[in-house]
Design a protein around this ligand. Sequence first.
Ligand SMILES: NC(=O)c1ccc[n+]([C@@H]2O[C@H](COP(=O)([O-])OP(=O)(O)OC[C@H]3O[C@@H](n4cnc5c(N)ncnc54)[C@H](OP(=O)(O)O)[C@@H]3O)[C@@H](O)[C@H]2O)c1
Length: 291
Amino acid sequence: MAERPSGHSRIWLITGAGRGLGRAFARAALAHGDRVVGTVRRHGAMADLLAEFPESAHEIQLDVRDAAAVATAVDAAAEAFEGLDVVVNNAGTGLVGAVEEVDERTAREHLDLNLFGALWVSRATLPHLRARGGGDIVQISTVGAIGTMPTFGLYNAGKWALEGFSEALAAEVAQFGIQVTIAQLGSFATQWAGSSMPFADPMPEYDELRTSLFGTAEVPWPAVDPDAASAEPDLAGADPSMAADALLAHLAESDRPLRVLIGEDAPGHAALAYAARQDSYGPDSGLKQLS
Ligand SMILES: NC(=O)c1ccc[n+]([C@@H]2O[C@H](COP(=O)([O-])OP(=O)(O)OC[C@H]3O[C@@H](n4cnc5c(N)ncnc54)[C@H](OP(=O)(O)O)[C@@H]3O)[C@@H](O)[C@H]2O)c1
């Protein structure tokens, strides 16, 4: 394995690089002059990036839920440009369903993707980063990993757990020159809340709650334009390219913290969630005296 080049050109591995935030991260890194191995589930999902950056973009097919496939894909990724410097665990989806509504199979499938996918990729890349003398692992998390929201409990659980192992990992691998970044994102305009969103089978007992949260008890959420049955709901949130710019800026800092808030709305959500967490101990916990 080649050692890290002294210049600024880095080799990235980004999961879920075919669309949404993953694509924005890939495009920004390529435009910056870096090389990118992107994983996609559908062959050709990165075709336009490959055409635009034929020397520096590479596509690998991978379903991150398959640990054995992850090991093979990570080795292939490290071979593509002879090394890895930055690994971005981006692949993931939301999941809407009250805890009681989410059945066992759905819960396990969700955690297989949002938690274990990132775990398998992180583990498989460590020998490559260590051989290189260091590098970065970036976990794409959310401000929903500080607090919670009703009907997003499994999504919250997956991202909280992602952050749990990642914080420990950061302390374990600092000795190898490997830095972990937990990127807590606010709202970005991708298909996360649109066609990508899985929904648990609704129970009528939670109709009122869903209506209070979403303005409708109907799931999947109805299309915004009632005349266009196939219309996607509005893509709320900021341009994903802003998230990519923020991530590149963060990685360019020499003395960077473990966590970074990305998105204009992220600091406000984080502050509210931390305050709610502190309040959740009640007034007599002793916690406030510590702070
Ligand atoms: N958008 C937001 O507001 C927001 C906020 C906070 C955090 N996030 C996080 O950002 C990450 C990316 O989401 P996004 O907003 O870009 O949504 P998106 O547009 O729906 O993209 C999801 C990506 O994950 C990939 N993926 C899904 N299942 C996979 C699997 N089993 N194996 C490999 N790849 C898989 C998808 O690939 P396919 O194209 O093959 O489906 C796609 O590339 C997620 O971890 C999400 O939780 C998003």
